[in-house]
Design a protein around this ligand. Structure first.
Ligand code: CEZ
Length: 803
C-alpha cells in the first residue's frame, strides 16, 4: 500500500465522479464528434479544436499562441481558454464561479461528473446551487451548454449570472466582437492570418467567427478582456463589481464572450431557472442564425441533440462485456475502453493524415466495433502504397490533406502493421475474401490483389536490411523520436527486425488460411524461413546475454545494453522477441527477470531505463525528451501493452494482467496519477528511480495506440475467446487470484454467454456448450443470431514464469 491520499473519484451509474476540484487539478473528460473535440477540465479549462479540414481553434488564449496539438501534462493558467460562469449575490456583492475557476472560492459542494456523452457539474456556494451540463452536437462543431440554478437558502436571492467564455486572441490580422441583439449572440469575427495569395483562396471560407448564443436575452454583455477584467483581475473582475456589464465591443482587442442575466430566486428551491448556450465556430451570420433556429426555437431541440449525440457515442460499443471480481476494471472495459477505441477509429484522432501505423492499429480496434471501417482502412492504406512495395508514412484521408509534421520524416516500420493488424481482423471476421480484392497503387497504373500488395510490402521490408539481415531504421521505427540511430543509412533496429519476423509469421498464417480456402501461393514457406533468418540474426548480433539490445547505430555501436549507463534496457525488443519466436525459454526467463527488476514500477512498466538525461547524437531526439516523459522512459502504455500481449502469447497470465491493471488509476494511485479512469493515457511519468516524486503522473493525453491492443489482449488473451477461421477457440488466461468471471462475447453474429472458472483439482480444461461437453477447445459451426451458453472450467495454476 502506498501513502497516497484516498482518491476522491468514484463510479456511479456509468459516470465517473470527482468530488473535489483540488486533488486532481488536471483531471477531465473529453467529448468529440467528426468535426471537433473538447478536453474539458474539472475546473472549467478547456482545450478544443474543430476541423476545416485541418484542426483549428475557436477559443484561444488571450495572447498569441503557438499552433499546438494537445500538450502532455498541459498546465492551465488563469487565462487559459475555458468555460466559466460567475455568480454574484447582488445584495451582498459576493461572487463565486462555476465550476471552480477563475474565482476559486471554496465550494460547499462540488461534483464533476464525466459520462460517455456529456460532462456535468453540480456545485454549491453561498446557498446557491449551480448545475452545468456540456454535450456536443452530433456532427457539427457546436458545444451545447445548459445551466440550472437553484436557491437552497431560506431567503429570496437577488443574483446575476455571467457566462464567461474565452475567445481570446483570434488573429493578428483582424479580430473584433460585439453583441448582435437580433441573434441574441455575442459574435467574434477574425481573419485567419496568412501571407500568400493561394492561402487566401483556400482560407476565405474558413469558419473565422466564434459565437456564444443564448436562449435568453441578456441584461448586459461585454466582449473585450480589458472591459471585463479591468484592474480586478479574473478573480474579481471589475465589470462584475459594477451593476451592469459595460457593453464594450472589441475592435482589434483580446476577446471574451460575457453576458449578464439578472434573476430573483425564491427561497428553498421553490423554482428552478435554466439557461441554454451554444458556443462554437461559424463562417458567417447566416450560419449562426441557422444554428439558432435549429437549436433554440424548439424547447426540445437540446434534448434531441443530446440524444442524437449519445446515440452516436453508443455506436462505439465493443463485442465484449465482462463481469469479474474487479468491478472498477469491468467498468472501464465495458464502457470507457470501447468508447476510447471508437474515438480513435471513427475519427482517426481528428487528423487528415494519420501516421500509417496509428491508422492501422486504430482500425484494428474498429474490427471489434464496426468491421466495415477496418476493412475499408486496409483498402485505403494499400491504395496509397507504391508499386515498389513502400508504404507511406501517413495515410491521406481528405482531398486537401498532405503529409505533415512527423509524416515528413522517413520511418521504416509502417508495412509491419499490415499483417499484424489484419490478423486481428481476420480472427474476428474470417473475411479472407478481402485478400482477393483488386486495388490500385499510388504511383502507377494497374491494380493488384490485397494479397499481392502485402507480398510486395513484405518484400520491401525484407530488402530494407543490411548484410547481417537486420532492418534499417533510417529516422525512426515505431519509436518516432529515435531519429538519429540510422539517419546516415547504416543503423539498424532490433525492434523492427523482430517486428518484421513477427509480421512475416502472421502473414504466412494468413496465407495458409487463404490457401486452404481458395487454393494457394507457395510463398508461406519463404516468409517463415525469412522470419527464422531474422530471428537468428537478432540473436547473433543483438542478444546481450541477459536481454536484447535496441539497435546498432550508424557507427556500429550496439545500444540498449548493460554497458549503457542510460537507456540500458528497452522494453520493445524484449516483448517482440517473445512474439517473433526469437527468444527461447532461457532467454524469456532472463528477459522477464530483468524487466521486473529494471522496468517495473507501481504505475506500470517503463519503456526504457534509466531515462536519458542528455543528448546522444547517435540515438536522437528521444534522448532530449525530459527524463521519464513520453518515449524517454515513461510508462508508455503503448509499449506496455505490446509487453502484455507478448505475455499472453507465452501464457504468463499473471504478469500480463498486472501490466494491464497498472494502466488504470486505482484507489491507491489515482491522486498521484491525477487522472480519472475514463481513458488510458499516452503515458504515466516514469524514471521511477531517477525522479520518484513525479513518477506516475498522467500525461492527460487520450490519443494512444494502446486501446485497440488492450481490447485484443482481453479478447484473445484474458478471456481467451479468440476467433479462428470462423470458429471460436477457447483458451482463457484469468489471473490466478480470480475464481471465476462471466463474459458476454459477440462473435460471427452469435452471442456467447460464457462462465469461466478455475479449479485447483483440474488438470485440463473442460468446455461445455449448451450442455454438451466438447472434445477440444474449439466451438464450430457457429450460427448467426444464436445465443450460446458456454461453461469453461480450467485448471488453477500460477502462470508466472520462474525467473
Ligand atoms: O507520438 C506517438 C506516435 O503517434 O509516438 C509513438 C508512435 O508509435 C506513434 O505512432 C512512439 O514513438 O516525439 C514525437 O514525435 C512522438 O511521436 C510523439 O508525438 C508521440 C506522442 O506520444 C503523441 O501522442
Amino acid at each position: 500500500m502506498s501513502n497516497e491520499p484516498l482518491a476522491t473519484s468514484y463510479h456511479k451509474n456509468k459516470r465517473v465522479i470527482l468530488t473535489s476540484p483540488i486533488t486532481m487539478k488536471k483531471a477531465g473528460g473529453f467529448l468529440w464528434n467528426s468535426k471537433m473535440m473538447i478536453q474539458m477540465n474539472c475546473r472549467g479549462y478547456a482545450t478544443s479544436q474543430f476541423m476545416q479540414p485541418e484542426p483549428a481553434k475557436y477559443s484561444h488564449a488571450p495572447n498569441m499562441e503557438a499552433k499546438t496539438f494537445m500538450q502532455p501534462e498541459q498546465d492551465y493558467y488563469a487565462h487559459h481558454p475555458g468555460r466559466f460562469f460567475y455568480i454574484k449575490d447582488e445584495d451582498s456583492g459576493e461572487i463565486f464561479s462555476a465550476p471552480f475557476e477563475p474565482v476559486r472560492r471554496p465550494l460547499d459542494r462540488y461534483e464533476f461528473s464525466v459520462g460517455s456523452s456529456d460532462i456535468s457539474w453540480r456545485i454549491e456556494s453561498l446557498g446557491i446551487e449551480v448545475e452545468l451540463l456540456l454535450t456536443l452536437a452530433c456532427d457539427e462543431a457546436i458545444e451545447l451548454w445548459q445551466l440550472r440554478i437553484n436557491n437552497r437558502s431560506k431567503r429570496l436571492r437577488n443574483i446575476s449570472i455571467y457566462p464567461y467564455f474565452t475567445i481570446g486572441h483570434m488573429s493578428w490580422m483582424n479580430q473584433s466582437a460585439t453583441f448582435d441583439p437580433s441573434l441574441n449572440a455575442l459574435v467574434a469575427k477574425s481573419i485567419s492570418p496568412y501571407q500568400k495569395v493561394d492561402q487566401y483562396l483556400k482560407q476565405q471560407n474558413f469558419n473565422d467567427q466564434t459565437f456564444l448564443l443564448s436562449d435568453t436575452a441578456p441584461y448586459a454583455w461585454t466582449s473585450t478582456q480589458e472591459s471585463f477584467e479591468g484592474e480586478g483581475g479574473l478573480h474579481c473582475p471589475t465589470a462584475i463589481s459594477a451593476a451592469q456589464l459595460p457593453g464594450a465591443s472589441a475592435n482589434y482587442e483580446a476577446i471574451v464572450a460575457v453576458m449578464q442575466f439578472r434573476l430573483k430566486l425564491k427561497p428553498e428551491n421553490e423554482e428552478q431557472h435554466s439557461y441554454k448556450f451554444l458556443f462554437g465556430p461559424a463562417q458567417n451570420r447566416d450560419e449562426i442564425s441557422n444554428i439558432k433556429l435549429r437549436y433554440l426555437s424548439d424547447p426540445k431541440a437540446f434534448d434531441i441533440a443530446a440524444q442524437d449525440y449519445s446515440n452516436y457515442i453508443d455506436k462505439g460499443k465493443g463485442c465484449l462485456r465482462i463481469h469479474t471480481p474487479d468491478r472498477e476494471f469491468d467498468n472501464f472495459v465495458n464502457q470507457w475502453l470501447p468508447r476510447q477505441m471508437f474515438y480513435h477509429g471513427d475519427v482517426n484522432r481528428l487528423s487528415t493524415d494519420p501516421q500509417t501505423r496509428n491508422y492501422l492499429q486504430d482500425n484494428m480496434g474498429m474490427c471489434y466495433i464496426k468491421p466495415a471501417t477496418t476493412r475499408a482502412a486496409f483498402l485505403t492504406t494499400l491504395s496509397q502504397q507504391s508499386r515498389n512495395g513502400a508504404i507511406p508514412d501517413g495515410i491521406l484521408l481528405h482531398p486537401d490533406a498532405e503529409l505533415k509534421y512527423i509524416n515528413q520524416v522517413p520511418h521504416t516500420d509502417h508495412a509491419v502493421w499490415l499483417p499484424i493488424c489484419l490478423a486481428a481482423y481476420l480472427n474476428e471476421h474470417n473475411d479472407l475474401a478481402l485478400l482477393d480484392e483488386y486495388i490500385p497503387f499510388a504511383d502507377s497504373e494497374g491494380k493488384q490483389t490485397v494479397l499481392e500488395h502485402i507480398n510486395l510490402a513484405m518484400d520491401y521490408l525484407l530488402k530494407a536490411r543490411d548484410q547481417r539481415g537486420l532492418s534499417f531504421i533510417e529516422q525512426g521505427d515505431w519509436c518516432d523520436p529515435m531519429n538519429m540511430v540510422g539517419y546516415k543509412g547504416k543503423g539498424v533496429s532490433a525492434w523492427l527486425s523482430l517486428a518484421t519476423a513477427y509480421a512475416l509469421n502472421c502473414w504466412a498464417d494468413i496465407c495458409d488460411d487463404h490457401a486452404a480456402t481458395y487454393g494457394g501461393t507457395l510463398r508461406q514457406k519463404n516468409h517463415r524461413d525469412s522470419a527464422k533468418e531474422i530471428n537468428q540474426a537478432v540473436n547473433q548480433h543483438l542478444w546481450q546475454g541477459d536481454w536484447y539490445g535496441r539497435g546498432i547505430t550508424d557507427n556500429n555501436v550496439i545500444f540498449g545494453t548493460a554497458q549503457d549507463e542510460e537507456g540500458s534496457i528497452y522494453l520493445n525488443p524484449q516483448s517482440w522477441a517473445m512474439l517473433s519466436g526469437a527468444a527461447d525459454t532461457n532467454q524469456i526467463n532472463s528477459i522477464l527477470r530483468h524487466v521486473d527488476d529494471r522496468l517495473a514500477t507501481p504505475y506500470g512498466v517503463m519503456m526504457l531505463a534509466p531515462s536519458y538525461t542528455s543528448m546522444r547524437e547517435d540515438i536522437g531526439r528521444i534522448t532530449q525528451k525530459y527524463p521519464g516523459t513520453a518515449e524517454n522512459g515513461s510508462v508508455y502504455n503503448h509499449a506496455a501493452i505490446f509487453y502484455a500481449f507478448s505475455l499472453y502469447e507465452i501464457g504468463d497470465k499473471d504478469r500480463a494482467f498486472e501490466v494491464i491493471r497498472h494502466m488504470l488509476p486505482d484507489g491507491d494511485t489515482a491522486v498521484r496519477r491525477g487522472q480519472l479512469a475514463v481513458y488510458i493515457p499516452n503515458y504515466y511519468r516514469g524514471a521511477y528511480l531517477q525522479f520518484p516524486q513525479s513518477a506516475g503522473r498522467s500525461s492527460q493525453l487520450f490519443n494512444t495506440g494502446t486501446v485497440s491492443w488492450l481490447y485484443r489482449c482481453l479478447i484473445e488473451g484474458l478471456c481467451g475467446l479468440k476467433g479462428n477461421k470462423g470458429d471460436l477457440v477457447v483458451k482463457p488466461q484469468l489471473p490466478s487470484e480470480w475464481p471465476s468471471i462471466k463474459v458476454s462475447r459477440e462473435f460471427q453474429g452469435a452471442m456467447f454467454h460464457v462462465t469461466i472458472s478455475q479449479h485447483l483439482e483440474r488438470e485440463s480444461t473442460e468446455l461445455i456448450v449448451d450442455g454438451l461437453l466438447l472434445s477440444d477447445n474449439r466451438i464450430r459451426h457457429i450460427e448467426t443470431g444464436k445465443n450460446y451458453t458456454v461453461i469453461v472450467k480450467t485448471p488453477k495454476q500460477s502462470s508466472r514464469h520462474s525467473c
